[in-house]
Design a binder for this molecule. Structure first.
Ligand code: ATP
Length: 219
C-alpha cells in the first residue's frame, strides 16, 4: 500500500557482481514533497535512483513508485546534433503524457536558444534541456541525479525555485541527489542520508534536525 507515499523501498539491495552497492534500504517518500538524497561519491545514490526508477533490477527487497517516473541522469542525456527544439519534439513523441507549454516555458525561463545544436550549448544549458524534457513529461515522481552540480550559485537558486514551483503546481514528488549539502539551500523538506550503500537516516528534515541536532541535553 503506497497511500500517501510516492516512493517506497523495502529492504532494497543491489550489487555489482559480488559487491553490494546498496543494502537493506527501507524508506517512504511522502507525495508532493522535495526529498534530498545525500551521500559522498560512491555512496550509492545513482544506484538507488536507478533501481527506484526501474532502470536497474533490485537484487533483494522491493521498490515501488506511484504513477509515472522521470529520471534525469548525471550524464545530461541530450543528443548533441539535435537542437533544443528538436529535443522537445522528441519528448512529445516519446512520452505518454507531454506538456509542451511546460517544457518550452522551462527553456525560455533559462534562456536556452531553441535552434542551436545541443552539442554547442554550455553544460548548464544542456542540463536545462534535460530538465525541460523531464518536467514536460509531467511525471508523478521526478528523480534528478546531481542536478545542481556544475551550476553557478544563481542558476542553482533559479533551478531550485522552479522545481519548487513545479511541485506546488503539479503536486509531483521530487527526489534529487547531491554530495554537497550546502547546495540544497533549503529546497528539501525530506532527507535520505546514504553512506556505503546503507541508509544512515531518513525522514522529515525538521524532525531529523530536532531529533539529532537541536537536542540540548538533559535539563
Ligand atoms: P557518484 O556521486 O560518484 O556517482 P554515487 O553515490 O552515485 O556516487 P554509485 O554510482 O551508485 O554511487 O556507486 C555505488 C558503488 O557501486 C560504488 O562503489 C561504485 O564504484 C559501484 N558501482 C556503480 N556502478 C557500477 C557498475 N556498473 N559496476 C560495478 N560497480 C559499480
Amino acid at each position: 500500500d503506497t497511500t500517501g507515499s510516492a516512493v517506497r523501498a523495502q529492504a532494497l539491495g543491489k550489487r555489482y557482481r559480488a559487491k553490494w552497492a546498496l543494502r537493506d534500504c527501507s524508506f517512504e517518500l511522502p507525495a508532493g514533497k522535495v526529498a534530498a538524497l545525500v551521500g559522498a561519491n560512491g555512496a550509492g545514490k545513482t544506484t538507488l535512483m536507478s533501481v527506484l526508477a526501474g532502470l536497474l533490477p533490485a537484487d533483494e527487497g522491493s521498490a515501488g513508485t506511484s504513477g509515472r517516473v522521470a529520471f534525469v541522469s548525471q550524464e545530461k542525456p541530450v543528443y548533441r546534433h539535435f537542437t533544443a527544439a528538436e529535443m522537445l519534439r522528441l519528448g512529445a513523441r516519446l512520452n505518454v503524457v507531454w506538456d509542451a507549454d511546460r517544457a518550452e516555458r522551462w527553456l525560455e525561463r533559462f534562456e536556452v536558444p531553441l535552434d542551436r545544436a545541443c552539442g554547442k550549448l554550455s553544460g548548464g544549458q544542456q542540463a536545462q534541456v534535460a530538465f525541460a524534457l523531464a518536467v514536460g513529461a509531467r511525471p508523478d515522481v521526478l528523480m534528478l541525479d546531481e542536478p545542481l552540480a556544475n551550476l553557478d550559485p544563481l542558476a542553482r537558486r533559479e533551478v531550485t525555485a522552479e522545481l519548487l514551483a513545479e511541485v506546488a503546481e503539479t503536486g509531483m514528488t521530487v527526489l534529487l541527489s547531491t554530495h554537497v549539502v550546502a547546495e540544497l539551500g533549503g529546497v528539501a523538506d525530506h532527507l535520505l542520508l546514504l553512506a556505503h550503500g546503507r541508509l544512515l537516516a531518513g525522514g522529515d528534515l525538521d524532525e531529523l534536525l530536532t531529533r539529532h541536532v537541536s537536542y540540548a541535553g538533559p535539563a
